[in-house]
Design a protein. Structure first.
Length: 882
DNA sequence: TTGGTTTAGATATCTTTGCGCCTT
DNA sequence: TAAGGCGCTTTGATATCTAAACCA
C-alpha cells in the first residue's frame, strides 16, 4: 500500500505547485565532463599550464570528492544535481523525481523520440532534450575556452607573425601610425619579442590607456584605419589558409542504431577526420596547424584570431554555439544524407559524447581540381573574430574565411552572421548563444549584436533556453523572479565588475542593448486573428473567457473578416473596455455580495458541479429538462453588498445549516461580533450566550465541500464576556496540562528510580553465576550479562539479549547526557507548555526530534521497538526477578 | 514568409455545508 | 450514552496556455 500523505494539511511552508515544468525548468548546471571534446582530451587539459586557461574565476572541470561519494547513494546524487550550488536560491518548486526507463533497441526511433508510441513528446522526453541541450552547451563553452587559451599561445603568435610578408608588416606599421599608436618617424624600438609578456598583456587591456597616451593623433579622415588593415589581413588569410578538414556542425538527434554505429566507429576505428571530425589533441598540434596553415574553417578562424593578437590588436574569438536543441523542429531531427546507405559510413557526430568536429560524406564535395572541399554547403561561419578598435572602442566583427563582406562595420553587415534562409535550414545552422572569448580568458554573451535589428528573442526563439519567470512565493500574482539559465552558466566565464573595459561599456550601451519586438499597430494596420487575440484594446466575442461578458449595449468598433473565399466569416470587433468580469450568484456570495433584485444575467454558462450533492442535483435537472442546466453570470454592477439586518435582543440569525456565513467582515450583522477563537462554542453554551458558528470558507476534497469554521458570531455586548471567559479557560487548560505533564514526569522518574534500585539489589544479591544452570538463566538476564561485560569477563556465550541490553544502555547513557543538559531528559516545564495540547512528550536525541506518546513508554514498549533508541523503562523492570 | 487552424499536452481554475468509528 | 474528535481521501471537469505542424 502506498504511504498515506495527507493532502489537506499542507503547511504554508510547502512550495507552490510547479508551473509548466516541461518547458520552464532550467536544469541545474551540469558539471563539465572531459572527454566531451574529442579535440581536447584530458591530457591536453592537464598539459596546459595553469596560466594558459585564463578563465577569470579559475574555472576548472570540477573534481569529484571521493571521500564524500562513499556515503552518498544515488538518490542523494540526484538531489545534489537538482540543488547545484549555481542554481539560484529560490524557494520555488523542485522538479518531481521520477523513474526514467529507456528501452534502447535498434529500431529507427530516436533516443528521446516517441518512447511509447504516442504522438508528440512526453514530459520526460522534453526533460531529456533540455538536459542534453544544457550539457552540450556547457561542453561547447569549455571547449572554446581551451581553444581561446591556445589562441593566446606565444609560439603560435611567433609562427604566424614570421609568416607575414614584408608588405603586411608595413601595412601594420602604417596602421599603428595612423591610429596614433606610433610616431611617424620611428624611434629605435625594442624588438617585438621583448615587448611580449607583461607589457604586451597590459597593452591588450583597453582599460589601461597606455597606448593612447603615446604621442601621435589618430587619423580618422578616412574612417577607422583599422578597417583597412583588417581587409588586407583577411585577403592574405583567405589566400594562405587551406580548409582541409570538416568543422563543427549540428546534425540533430540520431536514431539509436545510427548513433551506436557512430560511437563504436569513433571508439574502435583509427581516427579519420572525415568520419570522426577534426581532432586537435594538444597545443602542439594547434601550433602544427599554424605552421602548415591548414585545418578546418573553425581552426582557420581561431588561428586568424591568434594572428590579430600577435599583432598586438585586441581580438576576441567568437563562437556561435551549435548545440543540440530541446525542441522537435526540423533542426533537431537527423536527416540522413542520400549517400549514406552504409551505416558504417554514417556521419560521426555523436550527441551523447559531444563529439566535436565531424562531417558526413554529403558535406564533402569535390572541387574542380578533385581536391576535397569541406563545409561548402554551410553559408554562415560558426567561429569568427571580433576586433576592438583602440580609437573608437568599437567592436568590428571579422569573418576571415566565409562571408562575402568579411569586415562587418555596420549593424546590417553584422546581422549577416545570423544564419537564415533555406540553406541555413538545410545545414541546421542556428543562432542561439554567441560567445566572445577575450585574450584575458573571459567570455561574454554577444548574441544581441548578431540578431537582426538586435531584437529579442528573434531567431534564438526555441533554440536558446528562455528566461524563466518564477512566481515569488508569498507575493501577489505578477511578481516574478527572472531566472536566466545561460546567464548563470556564463557567470564563471564573465569578466568581473572591476575588470570591465571601455569596450565593454561601449558595446553594452550600444550594440548589446536588447530591443523589444516592435508592436504592431492594430488600430491602423489590418486586423489578424492573432493580433486581435493578443490585443489589449480590442476583442472578438469568441475570445471572451467563460467569466467575461460584453456590457449590455456594447457597440462594435468595426467588422473583422477571417478566412477567404467561401470560408470568409464576418465578426464584430468590440472594445476591451466594454468587457466585464462576471460571476455566478454563489461566487458573488463568497465575496459578500448578492444579486440585485430583477437583474438579468449577462451570460449563461453550464453549471460546474464538484460535490456529489451538487452533481446529483445537476443530473436530476438534466434528466428532467433533457438539456444541460445553465447558470447565470452577473457583473459587479448587478450586485450589492450583503448587509444583514442588525441583531435584535442578542439573537444571532442562522442559515439553513445552523451557522452564519462570514466570508467577508461586512457579512457580520450590525450589533454582532466575530470571535475567531477555538473552543468558543462550548463556552457560549456554558455562558448561555446565543451564538452561531462562523463559516469563513470551504475546503474541497473527496467530492465534498467542507465548511471552514472559525469561532463564533455573538452579540457585541457579549464579546468581552466571552473573551474573558476564553482567557480564563485557556489559562486553566494550560495549568491542567502542566500539572498533567508534571505528574507524568514524576511517574516516569519514579519508575526509572525503582528500576535502578531493583537492578542494584539484584546485582548485590545474585552477583556472578557459577553453575551451568545459573548460566542459562543468566542468558536471559541482561543485568547479569551486563555485569559480566562491564567487569571484562566477556565470554563467547554472552547472549544476544545481553548485547541488546548493552545497546539500550548506550542509548540510555545518551539520554542521561540530555538529562544533565536539558533538565531531566524526559520533559522540561517549558516543553510541557508547548506540547501539552496534544499530551505528547517531545524527546530530543541529537538532531532527531520525534513525538512519542508516553503511553508507549510503558506496557508493551512498542515505542521503543519502533524507534529503536529509547530506553524502555517498563521492559527494564520486567527483567528484574519477580 | 505570414497568418490561420488544428491538435495535444500541461497547467490553472472552479467548486459551495459527510460520514463512520472511536474515545472521552 | 452523548458529544466531540479524528481519519478517511489522494477529485475532476473544464478552461486556458503553449508549441508545433500543416495549409493557404
Amino acid at each position: 500500500m502506498p504511504p498515506f500523505v495527507p493532502r489537506k494539511r499542507i503547511s504554508s511552508a510547502d512550495p507552490p505547485p510547479a508551473k509548466r515544468q516541461a518547458q520552464a525548468e532550467p536544469p541545474a548546471p551540469v558539471p563539465i565532463i572531459d572527454g566531451s571534446d574529442s579535440s581536447s582530451s584530458s591530457s591536453s587539459l592537464s598539459d596546459a599550464p595553469e596560466s594558459d586557461i585564463e578563465t577569470p574565476q579559475g574555472l576548472r572541470a570540477p573534481e569529484s570528492d571521493d571521500d564524500e561519494e562513499e556515503d552518498v547513494d544515488w538518490e542523494d546524487a540526484i538531489d545534489t544535481n537538482t540543488t547545484n550550488a549555481t542554481t539560484p536560491i529560490v524557494a520555488g518548486p523542485q522538479p518531481e523525481l521520477q523513474d526514467l526507463e529507456l528501452t534502447l533497441d535498434k529500431n529507427e526511433h530516436h533516443v528521446t523520440d516517441l518512447l511509447d508510441g504516442k504522438k508528440g513528446p512526453s514530459k520526460i522526453e522534453r526533460q531529456i532534450r533540455i538536459q542534453s541541450h544544457c550539457m552540450h552547451v556547457q561542453c561547447l563553452l569549455f571547449h572554446n575556452a581551451i581553444r581561446n587559451a591556445w589562441v593566446n599561445d606565444k609560439k603560435v603568435h611567433e609562427i604566424l607573425r614570421n609568416k607575414l610578408p614584408e608588405g603586411i608588416h608595413k601595412e601594420v606599421k602604417k596602421w599603428r601610425i595612423a591610429s596614433g599608436l606610433e610616431l611617424p618617424e620611428p624611434k629605435p624600438q625594442p624588438p617585438k619579442s621583448k615587448k611580449k609578456g607583461k607589457q604586451a598583456r597590459k597593452d591588450k587591456d583597453w582599460s589601461a590607456d597606455t597606448q593612447r597616451l603615446e604621442p601621435g593623433q589618430p587619423d580618422m579622415s578616412r574612417g577607422d584605419p583599422l578597417i583597412g588593415l583588417l581587409k588586407i589581413l583577411v585577403a592574405y588569410w583567405r589566400k594562405q589558409f587551406r580548409i582541409t578538414a570538416p568543422g563543427l556542425r549540428k546534425h540533430g538527434y540520431r536514431p539509436i542504431a545510427s548513433l551506436e554505429a557512430v560511437i563504436n566507429d569513433f571508439r574502435n576505428e583509427e581516427h579519420d577526420p572525415v568520419r570522426h571530425g577534426e581532432r586537435i589533441a594538444s597545443r602542439d598540434e594547434f601550433r602544427s596547424a599554424a605552421e602548415r596553415m591548414q585545418g578546418s574553417r573553425d581552426v582557420g578562424t581561431q588561428l586568424f584570431t591568434a594572428l590579430i593578437r600577435a599583432l598586438d590588436i585586441e581580438a576576441r574569438l567568437v563562437a556561435s554555439l551549435q548545440p543540440l536543441g530541446f525542441g522537435w523542429t526540423k533542426a533537431e531531427t537527423y536527416t540522413p544524407s542520400k549517400t549514406e546507405t552504409e551505416p558504417e559510413r554514417a556521419g560521426s557526430e555523436n550527441e551523447s559524447e559531444g563529439s566535436e568536429e565531424d562531417t558526413t560524406p554529403e558535406e564533402l564535395s569535390k572541387s574542380k581540381k578533385g581536391k576535397p572541399q569541406f563545409d561548402k554547403d554551410m553559408p554562415f561561419p560558426i567561429y569568427w573574430t571580433e576586433v576592438a578598435s583602440p580609437i573608437t572602442h568599437e567592436i568590428i566583427p571579422v569573418d576571415p574565411l566565409i562571408l562575402s563582406n568579411p569586415v562587418a562595420t555596420t549593424p546590417e553587415l553584422q546581422a549577416a552572421f545570423e544564419p537564415r534562409g533555406a540553406k541555413a535550414d538545410r545545414t541546421k545552422q542556428v543562432i542561439c548563444y554567441v560567445v566572445a572569448y577575450s585574450a584575458d580568458g573571459t567570455a561574454k554573451d554577444v548574441t544581441t549584436r548578431y540578431l537582426k535589428r538586435r531584437t529579442w528573442p528573434g531567431k534564438t526563439k526555441g533554440l536558446r533556453m528562455p528566461v524563466e519567470k518564477i512566481p515569488l512565493p508569498g507575493h501577489r500574482r505578477g511578481q516574478y523572479f527572472e531566472f536566466d539559465w545561460f546567464r548563470v552558466i556564463m557567470r564563471p566565464y564573465m569578466r568581473g565588475p572591476n575588470q570591465r573595459t571601455k569596450v565593454d561599456e561601449h558595446e553594452d550601451a550600444n550594440d548589446l542593448q536588447r530591443k523589444q519586438p516592435e508592436k504592431k499597430k492594430t488600430a491602423q494596420t489590418t486586423d489578424t486573428l492573432q493580433s486581435l487575440r493578443q490585443s489589449t484594446e480590442f476583442v472578438l466575442e469568441r475570445f471572451l473567457r467563460r467569466e467575461e461578458a460584453l456590457i449590455p449595449g456594447a457597440q462594435s468598433v468595426r467588422i473583422f473578416t477571417s478566412g477567404k473565399g467561401d470560408k470568409a466569416k464576418q465578426e464584430p470587433v468590440f472594445r476591451r473596455a466594454d468587457v466585464v468580469k462576471c460571476m455566478s450568484a454563489e461566487s458573488w456570495h463568497k465575496e459578500g455580495r448578492q444579486i440585485l433584485p430583477g437583474a438579468v444575467p449577462l451570460k449563461r454558462v453550464p453549471i460546474r458541479s464538484v460535490t456529489l450533492r451538487r452533481k446529483r442535483e445537476v443530473d436530476e435537472l438534466q434528466r428532467e429538462t433533457g438539456e444541460k442546466p445553465m447558470q447565470g453570470l452577473y457583473a459587479r454592477d448587478q450586485t450589492e453588498f450583503i448587509i444583514p439586518p442588525p441583531i435584535v435582543d442578542g439573537i444571532i440569525p442562522k442559515n439553513d445549516y445552523g451557522n452564519i456565513d462570514c466570508f467577508v467582515p461586512s457579512m457580520i450583522p450590525r450589533g454582532a461580533a466575530h470571535v475567531p477563537l477555538p473552543g468558543t462554542v462550548r463556552l457560549c453554551k456554558k455562558l448561555g450566550i446565543d451564538h452561531a458558528e462562523a463559516v469563513t470558507g470551504f475546503e474541497f476534497g473527496s467530492k465534498m465541500a467542507v465548511p471552514v469554521i472559525q469561532g463564533v458570531v455573538i452579540a457585541a455586548e457579549n464579546e468581552d464576556l466571552l473573551r474573558d471567559a476564553w482567557r480564563i479557560d485557556a489559562e486553566e487548560k494550560r495549568k491542567r496540562e502542566e500539572l498533567k505533564a508534571e505528574k507524568r514526569i514524576l511517574q516516569t522518574w519514579r519508575k526509572f528510580l525503582f528500576g535502578l534500585r531493583i537492578m542494584e539489589r539484584v546485582q548485590e544479591e545474585y552477583g556472578a553465576f557459577d553453575n551451568p544452570g545459573d548460566r542459562e538463566r543468566d542468558e536471559c538476564n541482561p543485568f547479569a550479562a551486563r555485569k559480566k561485560k562491564g567487569s571484562g569477563q566477556h565470554e563467547e556465550h554472552d547472549s544476544e539479549a545481553a548485547v541488546e541490553f548493552a545497546d539500550e544502555h548506550h542509548h540510555f547513557e545518551e539520554s542521561s547526557h540530555n538529562v544533565l543538559d536539558h533538565g531531566g531528559g524526559f520533559l522540561l516545564p517549558g516543553e510541557a507548555d508547548a506540547d501539552a495540547d496534544d499530551g505528547l512528550i517531545v524527546e530530543q536525541h541529537h538532531d532527531t526530534r520525534r513525538r512519542t506518546d508516553p503511553a508507549n513508554l510503558s506496557g508493551d514498549g512498542s515505542a521503543a521497538e519502533e524507534t529503536g533508541d529509547e530506553y524502555d523503562l517498563d521492559s527494564g523492570s520486567e527483567y528484574a526477578p519477580g
